[in-house]
Design a protein around this ligand. Structure first.
Ligand code: FAD
Length: 396
């Protein structure tokens, strides 16, 4: 039976990086994945250009039942470390917005870099590999695979979350955690579009493709300032994806569609200058015309001139456009979610090594752990940082 110093399950962002680091430290590493190729999510990420990190990574950008857990790993392997590595491979990148770094060319470059790093560390990569069972005894872990069995004293679970089942996502990591007595916190889709109730959706569907720079707030007070995109299923765009991670079923979100305009002053000014101008044309100076027309058809915006608009109507209009209360019907779920919230409870893990406190030799890294970042490269940085922390511990 083959013996390895470490076996890592999941050749995604975290697994590839951890395997490379541990291999380069001299360990004999086996990296397993059930898919046909490594790093499938990386290839899909950032619209094919991989938003591989963020200039402004900080623990506050991560959701977890234990907000302190991510601090140690993020401080020890930073965005600058990963940027250095990307630089060594000559991969050109640019900042798109809000510190988000993307490859100029293609996400494939990041996968190629990680695979090259694994090769440098003589990592054995086995694809299309299913783990049928895991047993633990005094010598470590015995894994039954489709084909053969392997032994290792150190087992790393890097099998990711539940989002995008089409890309190989599975509950495997949670099941392993439960097998060894670790708590798994309830999971739900994060960074995911909202669906809307039928009557509202029927009215707004025609706006599909319209995007509005907005400030969106969740009921817990979390606020994001980015674009809201109307879709044929509901609402999306970066502001909605961000707030979805802070939203609970049944809650409302508040959308300010005019965060940079003092709407009251604007209407007063326009009324003084052009009293007979229609309200619709006035608002179309600030917002997409189609949006105004639909809100008017829905009876939310009066069909009148500025001089006909009374004080009560003006107040209601300002409330509608700057504090629009929307109650989503739900989310599009794991099918389109970028991440999975919840997962392996960090209270059971060491924040320095990612090892389960009560199960020596068992480690959890990346998205399977209850640490979820904002949109914008934060999730990959968590994958790199948690993988790095684990690899250091494997080779200690
Ligand atoms: P994954 O990368 O998901 O890797 C897990 C691996 O484990 C997979 O290869 C899977 O095949 C394998 N696996 C699962 N179950 C088993 C099993 N039973 N046996 C063997 N192998 C198994 N984050 C960013 O920071 N920037 C972005 O631009 C970005 N874009 C994204 C775009 C999309 C469409 C999606 C879905 C996500 C995006 N994310 C992005 C999130 C990011 O991809 C994840 O947070 C990150 O990939 C998590 O890394 P991981 O290694 O923990 O898991």
């Amino acid at each position: 039976m083959e013996q390895f110093d470490a076996v890592i399950i999941g050749a995604g962002a975290a697994g590839l990086f951890c395997a490379a680091q541990a291999g380069q430290a001299g360990l004999r590493v086996l990296l397993l994945d059930n898919g046909k190729k490594p790093g499938r999510k990386i290839l899909m990420s950032g619209g094919g250009r991989c938003n591989f990190t963020n200039l402004y990574v900080e623990p506050a950008a991560y959701l977890s039942a234990n907000p302190h857990f991510c601090k140690s790993a993020l401080a020890r392997y930073t965005q600058w470390d990963f940027i250095d590595l990307v630089g060594k491979y000559g991969i050109a990148w640019h900042e798109k917005t809000l510190g988000q770094l993307f490859c100029d060319d293609s996400a494939q470059q990041i996968v190629d870099m990680l695979v090259a790093e694994c090769e440098k560390g003589n990592v054995t990569l086995r694809l299309r590999s299913e783990v049928l069972s895991i047993e633990r005894d005094e010598q470590g872990y015995l894994l039954a695979l489709n084909g053969d069995s392997v032994r290792t004293p150190k087992l790393v679970i890097a099998s990711g979350g539940l989002s995008m089942p089409g890309l190989g996502a599975s509950p495997f990591g949670y099941k392993v955690a439960e097998q060894f007595g670790l708590k798994v916190l309830p999971t739900r889709a994060g960074l995911v579009p909202f669906t809307l109730h039928k009557p509202l959706l029927a009215s707004l569907q025609v706006l599909s493709g319209v995007s509005v720079p907005s400030v969106v707030s969740a009921q817990d007070g979390t606020v994001f300032r980015e674009n809201v995109l109307f879709t044929h299923r509901g609402l999306s765009g970066p502001a909605i994806l961000q707030i979805s991670s802070y939203w609970q079923p049944g809650e409302k979100v508040t959308i300010n569609l005019l965060p940079d305009c003092d709407l009251n002053a604007f209407i007063d000014e326009q009324r003084n200058a052009h009293p007979n101008q229609s309200l619709k044309n006035t608002l179309a100076m600030q917002l997409p015309k189609r949006l105004i027309e639909i809100l008017q058809q829905m009876g939310q915006i009066p069909d009148c001139t500025l001089k006909q608009l009374n004080v009560r109507q003006q107040e209601a209009l300002i409330e509608l456009l700057t504090a629009w209360q929307v109650q989503p019907n739900g989310t599009e779920g794991y099918r389109t979610a970028e991440v999975t919230l919840g997962g392996v409870d960090t209270h059971a893990l060491s924040s320095r090594t990612m090892e389960a406190r009560d199960v020596p030799g068992l480690y959890f890294i990346g998205e399977v752990v209850d640490v979820t970042g904002w949109l914008g490269g934060y999730n990959f940085q968590w994958a790199w940082a948690s993988a790095w922390a684990c690899a250091q511990a494997l080779s200690e």
